[in-house]
Design a protein around this ligand. Structure first.
Ligand code: UD1
Length: 421
C-alpha cells in the first residue's frame, strides 16, 4: 500500500502549477468514444483515474496513446459495443459515462454499475430516468442494459446531478430532435465537456446555466482540445496554503471558478489576491471559525468540504459544516480525532471546535478527498504524519508529493505494507 509521510509545521511558500481537471478529463475521454475520428486531448492530468479510463477505452477497441506529458490521442473508429469488465468499471464513478456514450453511438449499452469513492449512496436512478425520457428501455441486474429502437430528444430533469447532466448530453447529442435538460448541473467540468462535444460537431447550448438545450446530430467528428485547470486541485492548494499560514501563488487556475472558496477562506482570515490565471493565498494571522454548507456550483463544492474542515480544526472558535451532497463525507474527522482534533458529527452536520495543536499520527484515507484532508492535517500537525490509502490520493492529485516539496513541505511517498498505530 502506498503511503504519504509528512513532516508538519512548515508554512507552504512559493508557487504551484495546477494540472488539468480530473472530472472534466474523465468525461471528455469518454466523450471521445462518440465519434469515428481521432481526438487529441491536451492538459490531461496524469492520475490513476485517467489511466483507468484510458485502459477502459482501449479495452472497448479504440486506439489510445497516453503520454505522461498530458496528451492523449484516441482513435475510436475501431470501437466495439462490448460489455466492459466489472473489475474495470467498479474502479471509478465516471465509468457510468460509458452508458450515455454507447447508447448515443449504438442505441444500446450493457455496462456493470459504476464504482467510485465511498462517500454516500451514489445511485444512478436519475441517469436512467433521463435515458428513459429519450426513449430507452432499461433492465437493471448485475448489468445495466439500456436499449432504444430509436433515441428521440426529450425533456430531462437532472436535479443538478453532474453525472446525469453529462450522461444525458452524451446520449442526446446523437438522438433525433431536441432535448432539454432542466435543473442541469453547472459545474465547470460540465461546461468543459459541452465545449468538447461542440468541438466534435455537437449542438449544445446553455451549458453552465440551469437549462441545457441539445439538438441531435447524425455524426460527430474528431477534434483537438485542451482541458481546463482543476477547480478542486486549485482549492486544495488554496486551503493548504491558508492552513499552514503560508504564502502560495497558485498558477494556471481559473479564479472565477474559485469564488465560493476564496470567500470562505477570506471569512476565515486568509488574504486572497488574484489575476487572470493565478491566485495568491496567504494567512499571516490566526484563522477564525466559519460556518459552511456544501452546494452545487457556484456554491461551495462538496469535494473541498473535507480539506477545509481539516483546516478548521485549528481555527479559533467553533465551526459548523453542513454537507448537503454526500452523506458519508466526514470520515477524515474520525481519523483526525486521533491527531487531537475536536469534532463531532451529527448526521450531515459536523461541529468543529478549534484546538491549538494537532499531533502527527498514522491515519488512513478511505476516499480521495479524505486523503487531501489528511494531508492538510499532516501539514498542520506537530511531528510526522503517515497517511495510508495513498492509492485514493493518486486517483485525483497529480504528483502531489512533488508539488508540496516545491512549496517547502517535507513530504514523500513510500511503498510498504504498514500497520495502523
Ligand atoms: C461528480 C464528481 C464528484 C463530485 C460530485 C458533486 C465526477 C467523476 N465526480 O460526482 O467528484 O463530488 O459530482 O459535485 O465528476 N444522485 C442521485 N441519483 C443519481 C445521481 C446522483 O440521487 O442518479 C445524487 C447523489 O447521490 C448525490 C447528488 O445527487 O447526493 C449529486 O451527485 P452527482 O452530482 O451526480 O455526483 P457524481 O456525478 O457522482
Amino acid at each position: 500500500m502506498r503511503q504519504f509521510i509528512i513532516q508538519g509545521g512548515i508554512p507552504l511558500k512559493g508557487e504551484v502549477e495546477i494540472s488539468g481537471a480530473k472530472n472534466a478529463a474523465a468525461a471528455i475521454l469518454a466523450a471521445a468514444m462518440l465519434c469515428d475520428g481521432v481526438c487529441v486531448i491536451d492538459n490531461l492530468p496524469y492520475i490513476s483515474d485517467v489511466v483507468v479510463m484510458a485502459e477502459l477505452i482501449e479495452y472497448m477497441g479504440a486506439k489510445v496513446e497516453l503520454s505522461p506529458s498530458g496528451r492523449i490521442t484516441i482513435d475510436a473508429s475501431s470501437l466495439e459495443n462490448k460489455t466492459p469488465p466489472e473489475h474495470m468499471v467498479s474502479r471509478m464513478r465516471a465509468s457510468s459515462y460509458l452508458m450515455g456514450v454507447l447508447l448515443g453511438r449504438w442505441k444500446k449499452a450493457n455496462v456493470p454499475p459504476p464504482g467510485g469513492c465511498c462517500i454516500g449512496a451514489r445511485p444512478i436512478d436519475l441517469h436512467l430516468k433521463g435515458f428513459r425520457a429519450l426513449g430507452a428501455n432499461i433492465d437493471e441486474g448485475n448489468l445495466v442494459s439500456i436499449e432504444a429502437d430509436e433515441l428521440i430528444g426529450g425533456e430531462v430533469h437532472a436535479e443538478a446531478s453532474v453525472g446525469t447532466t453529462i450522461n444525458i448530453m452524451f446520449a442526446a447529442c446523437r438522438a433525433r430532435g431536441n432535448t432539454t435538460i432542466y435543473s442541469a448541473a453547472k459545474e465547470p467540468h460540465v461546461v468543459d465537456t459541452a465545449n468538447f462535444l461542440n468541438n466534435m460537431g455537437a449542438r449544445i447550448k446553455g451549458a453552465g446555466t440551469d437549462t441545457i438545450r441539445i439538438t441531435g446530430v447524425n455524426a460527430l467528428h474528431g477534434c483537438n482540445y485542451t482541458i481546463i485547470p482543476d477547480q478542486i486541485e486549485t482549492g486544495t492548494y488554496m486551503i493548504m496554503a491558508a492552513a499552514t499560514h503560508g504564502d502560495v501563488i497558485i498558477k494556471n487556475c481559473i479564479p472565477i471558478h474559485m469564488e465560493s472558496v476564496s470567500a470562505k477562506l477570506s471569512d476565515a482570515g486568509a488574504l486572497i489576491t488574484e489575476g487572470d490565471d493565478w491566485i495568491r493565498v496567504c494567512a499571516p494571522g490566526p484563522l477564525k471559525a466559519i460556518n459552511l454548507k456544501t452546494m452545487t456550483y457556484p456554491g461551495y463544492p462538496t469535494d473541498l468540504q473535507q480539506p477545509i474542515s481539516a483546516m478548521l480544526t485549528m481555527a479559533q472558535g467553533t465551526s459548523v459544516i453542513t454537507e448537503t451532497i454526500f452523506e458519508q463525507r466526514y470520515r477524515h474527522l474520525e481519523e483526525m480525532r486521533r491527531m487531537g482534533a475536536k469534532a463531532r458529527v451529527e448526521d450531515r452536520i459536523a461541529i468543529i471546535e478549534g484546538v491549538d495543536k494537532l499531533y502527527g499520527r498514522c491515519v488512513e484515507a478511505r476516499d480521495l478527498r479524505a486523503g487531501a484532508a489528511l494531508i492538510t492535517a499532516g501539514l498542520m500537525a506537530e511531528g510526522t504524519t503517515t497517511i495510508l490509502g495513498g492509492r485514493y490520493i493518486e486517483r485525483g492529485y497529480e504528483r502531489i508529493d512533488q508539488k508540496l516539496q516545491g512549496l517547502g513541505a517535507v513530504s514523500y511517498t513510500h511503498l510498504t505494507l504498514p500497520t495502523i498505530a
